[in-house]
Design a protein. Sequence first.
Lengths: 163, 417
Amino acid sequence: MSKGKVWKYGDDVNTDVIYAGKYTYQQLKPEEMAARALEDLDPGFAKAVKPGDVIVAGKNFGCGSSREQAAACLRAAGVQAVVAKSFARIYFRNAINLGLPVLQCAEAVDQLNAGDEVEIDFAGGKILSGGRVFTFPPLPESVIGILEAGGLLEWTKKKHQFR
Amino acid sequence: MGLTFSEKVLSRKAGRPVRAGEVITVAPDYYLSHDNSSAIIGEFKKLGLKKVVAPGKIVIVLDHIVPAADEKYAQNHKVIREFVAEQGIPNFYDIHAGVCHQVFSEASFALPGRVIMGSDSHTTTYGAFGAFSAGIGRTEMASLWATDEIWLRVPETLRIELSGRLPHGVYSKDVILKIIGDNGADRANYEAVEFAGPAAADLSLASRMVLTNMAAEMGAKNGYFAPDDKTLDWLKARAKGDYEIVRSDPDANYEAVLKYDVSGLEPQIACPHTVDNVKPVTAVAGKPFHQALIGTCTNGRLEDLEVAARILKGKKIHPRVRTLVLPASREVYLDALKKGLIEIFLEAGCVILNPGCGPCLGAHEGILAPGEVVVGTSNRNFKGRMGGRDSEIYLASPATVAASALEGKITDPRTYL
Ligand code: SF4
């Protein structure tokens, strides 16, 4: 478990403000994508974010387009997880398949504030912060495997080496 | 607290009780892909594997651009045929069969309680038969071919209760357009949509498929009708495998319940450029247009062609309108032929297209020129989907489209029925 700081945002954070449309057809390296993360929502984010930090947001996070970079850029920026009240369907799938944990936990969203220190226990389904514990349905082993492998394709390849 | 249909089916597959919000890993019963199989094959090859894990679960239907419209599409089809032969995939339907969702249903892969994944957003359709079916991406499909495993988030369920009797000239397409118009294109984001109530039970299976097909246009992961006598009748004639009927518990936990009395409903139409921009047909009646389309996976079944033929019989299409009729499958085409419907369409001046997706996705067979307007029975009207960037797409029932084709302008079908 790594510790990180909370970045807090509201409802309906869309894929355009996470990763601007004008970059979607440029082939950028992960660190270049990270430098553009949340550009139109929080211009200070990309410079200040540290590995292990956690994004906490309201409902419908990742609504809008199906662009995978909106998940990839946050992972490249070192974001440990996104905790939200709910996620747009395609964003949720893209995020896990690209190795970015997305957790639904309304209680944590209501109580956590920007700057709070948090730790996440993925297999145990717990978010810990300053003595408070918030629970979410634990992720199954195979999904943790996908996240740890760094994404679905890497996981599929790895799985086959063991067959 | 009881369980919803989706919670029950996925609990069975996961081998333990699961609730909405949980993420589980399952081995689906079938996975469907179409012309995009060539892209999936490309992804699959990147994994460096020789063989797919479960060839018997793969169902491939060529429907999107059939017969191939150019060399590029022909090459895609060739790659797919070679892969099918090399991998020994038994369930392959070449260009003669029809739209994947209709073919998949007719071939009885869509059975109650089955878990089906498809790399097409309208895979939601099979909920009409009581199956759990959802759309996925191409990379996910390649991984599924390689592992026979996929992770799924158990969806919350939105229940829509339909009561009353559909008035004359009003159909299931009007019902779903009204629901999407009232609630917005993302109302059911990541949710299951369960259609219930006496007016849902009154619908034929073909009409139920219109609702589950278009549940995708509310953002739904899957749609669902509880199997009843009508479902069992359909299955009696077709079901090849075994199946298990799964229903929501009476005290299941729903995200919300929406209630609609369909008795007062008027014919509806989705206006450019979003499916939730819905108005009563009377509000846009008189708008001239250039092309009519009757068919697709949404409304290309026999009952749809029958309604259209009833309106067109012995009459002539307006000279300014090109009318395309697109049976959803070869089976539908043959039935329509035997019933004399094809003759009625030809005499009225329609063009009959081969079963498949036809112009629905804007790749061939009836592309719109810039500025042209189409009134069709398909399910999407996104900007430029059927041709030129500034062309316009209106979506309505087969009756509305047929009546409009006669008049050359958008027309309330009730006067023709
Ligand atoms: S008919 Fe249209 S909506 Fe249906 S599968 Fe084909 S392209 Fe998709």
